[in-house]
Ligand binder design. Structure first.
Ligand code: HEC
Length: 226
């Protein structure tokens, strides 16, 4: 092995170059990103430095407790294999026309997340702005029906049903307030006298889905009126 030092040098440089190229440069470019207000103004002391507007809320928001629980369910169910969470700018595809986001998403949008689920496949629609398309109680009901069986609200869908996240049980006295309301004569509804109620995992998952929305501007990516 007379070429051992050369071999070690080769290994060292291969690792060193990839560390610098992949980790160090990304860290220098985006490692210092922090939450910010929607508008920034030049500082009085030094106009070349931009400062945040005082008293305005910070974006992106932090994930709340139930949202984090729902995200764990999203990860464990493998939703990321069919759904991305990143909106591209208009020159790069039809994301805006499809309503998948009001602006492109940028690195700062993800800094409050412990695990970022950008995704690589779009078998289904992008979900980064899902909460903007489905909001409030109507959005919650739609998403529960859709998860229980996508065919109920989206006929012909290739998304698998996640019915095991729901309990089918006998109605005692009165129906539960959180039972799913199926469209009239739906073939997917429970038998007479039974009801379908979401488990804790389904409740958390839908809260997570509704929390996904790009409804704030960032200095580097403002929402432009269209
Ligand atoms: C095998 C691929 C696949 C998997 C896995 C999958 N989906 Fe889907 N999803 C789709 C397809 C295709 C659609 C579009 C048709 C429809 O609306 O059902 C869709 C639609 C959706 C929509 C509606 C989006 C819109 O804008 O209307 C939501 C919300 C959604 N999926 C959430 C989930 C969640 C949550 C999971 C994991 C529990 C999941 N999906 C797993 C393929 C998938």
């Amino acid at each position: 092995m007379k070429n051992l030092p050369l071999l070690f040098c080769g290994i060292f440089f291969a690792l060193a170059f990839s560390f610098v190229g992949l980790i160090l440069t990304s860290h220098i470019q985006i490692g210092g990103l922090a939450q910010t207000t929607e508008t920034v103004t030049p500082s009085e002391a030094d106009p070349s430095v931009m400062v945040m507007a005082e008293g305005e809320p910070l974006f992106p928001r932090k994930e709340s407790g139930i949202v984090k629980q729902g995200k764990d369910v999203y990860i464990s169910m493998g939703c990321v294999y069919c759904h991305s969470q990143q909106a591209r700018r208009s020159e790069f595809g039809a994301d805006f026309d499809r309503g998948w986001g009001p602006r492109q998403t940028v690195a700062r949008d993800y800094i409050t997340q412990e695990r970022v689920l950008l995704g690589t496949m779009r078998t289904g629609p992008d979900l980064v702005h899902l909460g903007g398309r489905y909001a409030g109680d109507a959005g919650r009901d739609w998403n529960h029906l859709h998860l229980y069986n996508p065919q109920i609200v989206s006929e012909g869908s290739t998304m698998p049903p996640f019915a095991f996240l729901y309990d089918v049980r006998k109605i005692e006295n009165e129906p539960s307030p959180n039972a799913l309301v199926f469209p009239p004569n739906s073939e997917y509804g429970p038998e007479e006298g039974y009801e379908v109620v979401p488990t804790r995992r389904a409740v958390a998952l839908v809260e997570y889905l509704l929390s996904l929305k790009i409804d704030y501007s960032l200095p580097e990516a403002p929402i432009l009126e269209q």
